[in-house]
Design a protein around this ligand. Structure first.
Ligand code: CP
Ligand code: NVA
Length: 299
């Protein structure tokens, strides 16, 4: 039984295969007559819509479930929910506050579990990010991928995915918002170089990709004011973009808070690939799902 809670739940070859399948414009109907349960504990625009349409393209039936309908760990345990759902659905995908809940769901090994974003990781986003980098620059050619801002779920999955493919990354964050030692050890162990700094210019210098995400993630709303102060120097603006390579592109998982982590000018510039990234969420979701219920089942 295979699960996808973080990008390196795949081997490097499997990651490359998923990205290849993402470009398959005649999707195999591997989900014909089957359901996929989608549970969201937090709001979502891109993830829900891209997953639902990817499932439809693979011949399956997406079923959106509000967490209050299930009462995970209140009405019944997460483990019992998964074992019941496994009788109806080929895959169970969930967006959760606490990554540990996903680990417990996967540990039942009753049905493949997909992480649709947790406090720790956002691997479905990273697949779309890698697909976008492949299309815009080429995964074999891309130089440094620089991330400016909070070393959060989106950063972690992106850094892991890049490192697996031998892509060098840099991350610039304010004190107390950078990667932990465990994070840096994890990313470095996968093969890519990683520069950790508190200087955005040092991270962006000559980079081919400049990536940022919100300063306050879902679930951190009570810290918003203190984060606005802490991250003030970490806004991606045109001056910072000028330090990127000539072909350097701007990326953001969205939703964006214009004027906070990125200026309107940068996100609206020709270097910005944010909508291509968002649209690639559907193609990469299709690639991951078709691998998970197809080749992963055989092997
Ligand atoms: N990027 C992303 O996951 O967007 P949503 O939160 O809208 O799904
Ligand atoms: N880091 C953000 C990503 C949203 C897609 C969050 O967790 O809210």
């Amino acid at each position: 039984m295979r699960h996808f809670l973080e990008v390196d739940d795949l081997s490097v070859d499997e990651l490359r295969r998923v990205l290849q399948l993402s470009g398959d414009l005649v999707p195999p109907k591997v989900l014909e007559g089957q359901g996929v349960a989608l549970i969201f504990e937090k709001p979502s625009g891109r993830t829900r819509n891209s997953m639902e349409m990817a499932i439809v393209q693979l011949g399956g039936h997406p079923m959106y479930i509000k967490p209050e309908e299930l009462g995970i760990d209140s009405r019944e345990t997460a483990e019992d929910v998964v074992r019941v759902m496994a009788g109806y659905h080929a895959v169970l995908a969930a967006r959760v506050f606490d990554h540990d809940r996903l680990e417990r769901m996967a540990a039942t090994d009753a049905v493949p579990i997909i992480n649709l974003l947790s406090d720790v990781a956002h691997p479905m986003q990273a697949l779309a990010d890698l697909l976008t980098i492949e299309q815009e620059i080429g995964l074999a050619d891309v130089g440094r991928v620089a991330y400016v801002g909070d070393a959060n779920n989106v950063w972690r999955s992106l850094a892991i995915g890049c490192s697996m493919l031998g892509i060098d990354t840099a991350v610039a964050s304010p004190p107390d918002h950078g990667p932990t030692e465990m994070d840096t050890d994890h990313v470095l162990a996968l093969g890519g170089a990683l520069l950790v700094t508190s200087d955005p210019q040092e991270a962006v210098n000559g980079a081919d990709v400049i990536y940022t995400d919100v300063w306050t993630s879902m679930g951190q709303e009570s810290q918003k004011e203190e984060r606005l102060d802490a991250f003030e120097r970490f806004r991606v603006d045109s001056t910072l973009m000028a330090d990127a390579s000539e072909r350097g592109i701007f990326m953001h998982c969205l939703p964006a808070h214009r004027g906070e982590e990125v200026t309107n000018e940068v996100i609206e510039s020709s270097r910005s690939k944010v909508f291509l990234q968002a649209h690639n969420r559907m193609h990469s979701a299709r690639g991951l799902l078709s691998w998970l219920v197809g080749e992963a089942m055989e092997g």
